[in-house]
Design a protein around this ligand. Structure first.
Ligand code: ADP
Ligand code: MG
Length: 393
């Protein structure tokens, strides 16, 4: 912490020599070679190819867990398509619904990418969609829209805009709009209106998780672009792949780990990115994940977590409820029913913040053994940021 400024700068100067191209590890970077996705690349290309003779490609739905290469593959194929025939009036806007934030802002980005100027608030959704289709028709635009993380949109707003989009798509006389919808959530199809699903999912493609061996090869290739020779030994790549592959084969996590480990090595003034740097990076990624999950929890969920944290040896559903009700009352929060609290416990379990294992009590039925899975001090740190709790707890 209290390193003097000279030694910080000295180390930084030495460490800087580790990277060759730091950007190659940034989340926006699209590599020009995507191993293990040849099949998906050809399949997407097949579906979109009709655009090159001015026919409307089928809509396409890509889904798979995070870090399975969906964004990289779709951006890669779209950029190749654009390079193929620059004269064809083909537009391939890319909009990420989660980053855009709301239904309206997603539409705003789509409209802007087609050269429309619409206000950032105020118009009705249907009106914006109408304007998008009228510019497509009047200028005979051939549009392939990549709509990334649409699951976010559906969960927060329902499938209204997808419904309107896919319907309006049937009505253009000249020009077309095809949608490449991308979802990180495999189950999101279940909540779509069947009409939206049959239109959006004319073609579907699943992206399976990468195996640890695949992650290893992907990382080795990326490390060769991002770092100077000899900076990242094979053993480091192997450990990084093993850690990222332990949950599901998530290439994003693997690349993030490598980037953070490189930054750790740089700060420490190391000449190489070693196993210890990867482990430090892994702790940081895990810590950030927990912090982010905690911060975004509703008040009631925080109260329940705080209650569980008071039982160091673990506890059960009944005790949690009694403790919760007392604390909620002290804070002046609404006291939820036992049923709702059980529901929240299941959510916290899914998030990996608590473990709620069913245990039998013999003839007296079953209960849940509940245990906090995160460090109490992390929890307390985040909770202390929430003024409504700290005043009372
Ligand atoms: P998703 O959109 O499925 O969450 P991304 O396409 O964003 O995943 O991929 C996550 C990260 O992993 C990105 O940095 C991407 O460049 C990289 N990546 C994914 N698949 C591959 C691959 N086959 N080869 C090289 N890098 C890949
Ligand atoms: Mg993505």
């Amino acid at each position: 912490m209290s390193d003097d400024i000279d030694s910080i700068f000295q180390r930084a100067k030495r460490g800087k020599a580790l990277f060759l191209d730091r950007k190659a590890l940034s989340p926006e970077y699209i590599p020009d070679h995507l191993p293990f996705r040849e099949q998906q690349i050809s399949a997407v290309a097949e579906v979109l190819a009709p655009a090159l003779h001015m026919s409307k490609p089928s809509n396409l739905l890509l889904y798979g867990k995070t870090g399975t290469g969906k964004t990289a593959v779709s951006r890669y194929v779209l950029s190749k398509l654009m390079a193929e025939e620059p004269s064809l009036n083909i537009f391939t806007p890319y909009v990420n619904a989660r980053i855009a934030g709301t239904e309206y802002l997603t539409l705003w980005e789509i409209a802007s990418s087609l050269g429309l100027t619409i206000p950032k608030t105020g118009l009705a959704i249907a009106e914006v969609i109408k304007q998008i289709f009228s510019v497509i028709q009047s200028q005979s635009l051939n549009v392939i829209l990549a709509l990334d993380e649409i699951d976010y949109l559906i969960h927060s707003y329902g499938d209204n805009i997808l419904y309107q989009f896919t319907r309006a798509g049937e009505r253009t006389a000249t020009g077309f709009l095809s949608i490449v919808g991308i979802s990180n959530d495999l189950k999101f199809k279940e909540v779509l209106d069947p009409r939206v699903l049959s239109s959006l999912g004319e073609e579907e493609l699943v992206f399976p998780p990468y195996t640890v061996e695949e992650l290893r090869a992907i990382l080795a290739e990326r490390a060769a672009v991002a770092f100077k020779q000899g900076v990242v030994p094979q053993s480091t790549v192997n450990l990084c792949a093993a850690l990222a592959g332990s949950e599901h084969g998530d290439a994003r996590r693997a690349v993030d780990l490598l980037r953070i480990a490189g930054e750790v090595a740089e700060r420490e003034g190391f000449q190489r990115v070693d196993d210890a740097c990867i482990r430090k990076a892994s702790e940081k990624v895990e810590y950030d994940r927990v912090e982010e999950a905690l911060r975004s929890l509703p008040l009631q969920n925080k109260i329940i977590l705080l209650t569980i944290s008071k039982f160091q040896q673990g506890t059960n559903t009944g005790e949690v409820y009694t403790g919760y009700a007392t604390l909620a009352k002290r804070i002046g929060a609404e006291i939820l029913t036992q049923r709702r609290v059980s529901g929240i416990l299941a959510e916290l379990d899914l998030l990996g913040l608590v473990e709620a294992a069913v245990v039998s009590k013999g003839r007296r039925g079953r209960t849940k053994r509940i245990r906090l899975l995160i460090p109490t001090d992390t929890l307390e740190k985040i909770i202390s940021e929430d003024p409504s709790i700290t005043a009372a707890a």
